[in-house]
Design a protein around this ligand. Structure first.
Ligand SMILES: *Cc1c(COP(=O)(O)O)cnc(C)c1O
Length: 237
């Protein structure tokens, strides 16, 4: 990459961050919310370190990764330079990677089953490090998607309480190709019912809608970083 294209891309990311923050603020204003109540999580799967540095330089400090191994390769060095960094796991987590997840992440958004909760509780105790946890809800009840079924959420919340886990909210990925609004409303109702303050919902195509319907975190990737090469599986690991 030449210096010129490097500069162009850096200003492109800075501009995209400004535009996204403005769109979030506008969605907040239109519904009487405070822009400070919504966190922009930059979804950075497949984004290389030099581009992440540009995003950090442009003032973004909250990032979401889908894979434990990819995060382990990219983030420890960046974190040394930027202690204010906040790293979220937004992709599915296997229980046998709970140790690495507890070590690497500040927030795990994809907690969705008892066996994983048990593994996380053990590692949190062992490492004396407590990432905040969100429970991922399979809000459209799609067989191929991860996430706890809405009907099984009360039981999982109860199990987390018994394990002493710090569950702060819910996350969802609504079904593709349909209006997400009813799913956003359903997630908010579930979060309210369990007194959970964080609602992680909304991606590049629908984050303004998500904010208007109560998101406290939006996970935005392609509209910040450009389109990604297709993944074989969306984020296992
Ligand atoms: C990739 C990803 C996003 C961001 O998606 P975009 O459409 O690129 O904004 C958000 N959430 C999860 C769980 C993802 O895997």
């Amino acid at each position: 990459m030449t210096a010129a294209t490097g500069r162009t891309r850096a200003s492109g990311i800075a501009d995209a961050l400004v535009a996204t923050r403005e769109a979030i603020a506008a969605a907040c204003r239109s519904t009487g919310r405070r822009p400070d109540d919504v966190r922009l999580v930059a979804a950075s799967k497949t984004v290389p370190v030099e581009v992440l540095e540009q995003a950090l330089d442009a003032g973004q400090s909250v990032f979401g990764e889908n894979r434990v191994q990819e995060a382990a390769a990219k983030w420890p060095a960046l974190r040394e330079r930027r202690p204010d960094l906040e790293l979220h796991l937004i992709g599915p987590l296997q229980s046998n990677k709970a140790r690495d997840a507890v070590r690497l992440f500040d927030v795990v958004q994809s907690v969705d089953r008892l066996s994983l909760c048990t593994a996380l509780a053990r590692e949190i105790d062992r490492q004396q490090r407590s990432p905040r946890l969100l429970l991922q809800v399979n809000i459209g009840e799609e067989p191929q998607k991860s996430g706890v079924a809405p009907d099984d959420l009360p039981e999982l919340v109860g199990a987390c309480t018994r394990l002493g886990l710090d569950v702060t909210g819910l996350m969802c990925i609504p079904p593709a190709g349909r209006s997400p609004v009813a799913y956003f409303e359903r997630l908010v109702a579930l979060a309210d019912a369990h007194d959970l303050r964080e609602r992680s919902m909304g991606m590049s195509g629908d984050y303004a809608d998500a904010v208007r319907h109560g998101a406290t975190m939006v996970r935005v990737g392609s509209s910040l970083f450009g389109s990604r090469p297709p993944l074989r599986t969306e984020g296992a690991g």
